[in-house]
Ligand binder design. Sequence first.
Ligand code: HEC
Length: 284
Amino acid sequence: MKLIVKCCILLVLMINAHALPTSSGLSAGSSLDANMLDPADKPRGVGVGYDEGIPLLSVSIKSQDKTSLQRGAKMFVNYCAGCHSLQYMRYSRMGEDIGLVNYKGELDEALLTQNLMFTQADIHDAILNAMPKNDAKGWFGNTPPDLSLVARARGPAWIYTYLKSFYADESRPFGANNLLFKEVAMPNVLGPLSGKVILSPNLAPSMQALVLIENGQMTPQQFDSALVDLVTFLDYVSEPNKWERHRMGVFVLIFLGVLWILAFKLKQSYWQKIRKNPPKETDL
Ligand code: HEC
């Protein structure tokens, strides 16, 4: 009995240790994944209420929707890959996972290279970019971090809210600031799509205080849906095996269930024999 209790406690501890922030992102005092950022590149603000007290918007990601993943990947290579790398993801793996495959289920290399590869990289290379780190720091004030694990470190809701909280601010070098990440070094690269957004001076800083004053190439609904695709893609990149793991998990649980029934029946049959024919003291 004691052993079972100990095992249960161990299991709960393991599950807790593995649980990563999904909706709330980083909270005060927590730290980023060590692999994701070099200590020297650590963005300002980590550990001091990074979300600036702004409630995060909820986002329902569609991890198993291949068309959403494809749109997200396209968005990433068009708007983000110039500055951010995905160093733990290879083009070929991404292509296969997001469904760029031919009728045999094999990777369609032409589809991949024509639509998602704009560098000289080989399809088996990691998704890197040519931006020199030191120059980037000089240009932007901070190095654009690798985004391979950002969805695990911050949570999809944080990224979604972050991308929706850019607003025009002439006092900033690139004319843009962010509600969630004050004085962010990243320019508002999606500004042409979303349109011009300002922070209303009459309201306390919040999502409600962001006002669209000039339409962009997309309507607000189209922009939101494009962001959902982008966040879905970043969530996939941060854990490409997630759905495989979930699928396997179900089989493992079914297997364990069947094994339990067999073991229980076996135990019953052994004890039935023993009860019918109890061992005599002399046998022991
Ligand atoms: C022109 C370069 C540039 C482009 C393009 C760009 N970013 Fe950034 N991004 C940055 C820089 C620089 C930072 C670091 C900000 C800081 O530390 O102040 C950053 C930070 C971020 C962060 C915060 C990471 C963290 O955990 O601190 C996220 C998320 C992000 N970018 C997502 C994106 C996405 C998604 C796109 C594409 C839509 C994109 N970025 C396009 C330069 C860029």
